[in-house]
Design a protein around this ligand. Structure first.
Ligand code: DHB
Length: 311
């Protein structure tokens, strides 16, 4: 079985969407909720509705994706109402995940205070790694700011909270980030957001493929799997065991999922491939992961989670 215990709930499997993909409105969220994913996360919200960047702003290629959406979203209240309504409809249902990505420290604090004061009893994700808003550097690349914001959040926030991190590329950064995160009662970190500010080119047209930021955008898909696995592993081996890891980045097959689990991930998020295939991607990846486990003689994920071998 693929049963996965995360916080106080046992989900049927570890799979869910990556925030941003298939979660911008109630129709897409309902489709996820009715799919073989075990739960879902809402599009990162800002206090007020945003149109986001000009189109085209998402582009798929065989090995991945590039996006510079610019946080188009229906606004904080829309998504909070969705998850609370669902809770009231299904009081025994799986806890959902709710993502916030304020444009400033104060906007994040304001939204998290409203979550704290609401009836929401699921999991909140603070996104500290959006690479796509011109003039707004990724919070999690500024270690002083990362510590300051978490300090302020945990002065009042007592519900389960995780953070979405960008990829890091240096052991000094893994060490510093982990030592900051370990000071707080986070329930998880989600590794990784897109690799920020890549550039895809259409040779024929001698042109970039997305309009915002002269074509620069966050990379997803197969291109980023080794970076995602490195970040999952680096944080799994550095964080307090009470801080779980959500693995995100390059999960297209059951094999990719297996690799993330070996690195120590608990839940697994699918972005680029969900965009490509739609919600039936979850049926396929679950079947493939089960086949791998059966071949290897594993009957539960716990038997191999985190047990990556070194040479
Ligand atoms: C967007 C992209 C991200 O990678 C993210 O974490 C949040 C928002 C966006 O462009 O909408």
């Amino acid at each position: 079985s693929l049963a996965t215990t995360f916080l106080n709930h046992t989900y049927e499997n570890p799979f869910m969407n990556a925030s941003g993909v298939h979660c911008k409105d109630t129709k897409e969220l309902n489709e996820l909720d009715n799919s073989k994913s075990s739960t879902f996360i809402t599009k990162s919200s800002t206090s007020l509705k945003r149109e986001g960047n000009p189109e085209p702003r998402y582009f798929s290629v065989p090995l991945g994706s590039i996006n510079s959406m610019g946080l188009p979203n229906e606004g904080f209240n829309y998504y909070l109402k969705y998850v609370i309504d669902r809770q009231q409809r299904m009081p025994k249902g799986n806890p959902a995940f709710f993502s916030v990505a304020g444009m400033s420290v104060d906007e994040n604090l304001k939204m998290l205070k409203a979550v704290q004061d609401s009836d929401f009893n699921g999991v909140t994700e603070l996104n500290l790694s959006c690479p796509n808003v011109p003039g707004k550097p990724q919070v999690a690349y500024d270690f002083d700011l990362l510590g300051e914001i978490l300090q302020k959040v945990f002065e009042f926030f007592t519900k389960p909270l995780g953070v979405k991190l960008p990829p890091y590329f240096d052991f000094a950064h893994f060490d510093t980030a982990a030592s900051i995160l370990n000071r707080f009662p986070l329930v998880y970190v989600n590794c990784i957001n897109s690799i920020g500010n890549g550039l895809y080119i259409d040779i024929e047209k001698e042109s970039v493929v997305i309009k915002p930021k002269n074509g620069f955008g966050g990379l997803g898909g197969e291109y980023i799997k080794p970076t995602a696995l490195a970040n999952v592993r680096a944080f799994y081996t550095r964080l307090n065991p009470s801080i779980k890891i959500i693995g995100t980045g390059g999960i297209r097959t059951g094999g990719d999922a297996f690799e993330h689990l070996l690195c120590g991930a608990t839940m697994l998020q699918v972005g680029t491939e969900l965009y490509k295939e739609g919600v039936s991607v979850f049926d396929r990846i679950e079947r493939e992961l089960k086949e791998i486990m059966e071949k290897k003689g594993y009957t539960s994920i716990e038997q191999f989670r985190g047990k990556l071998r070194t040479l």
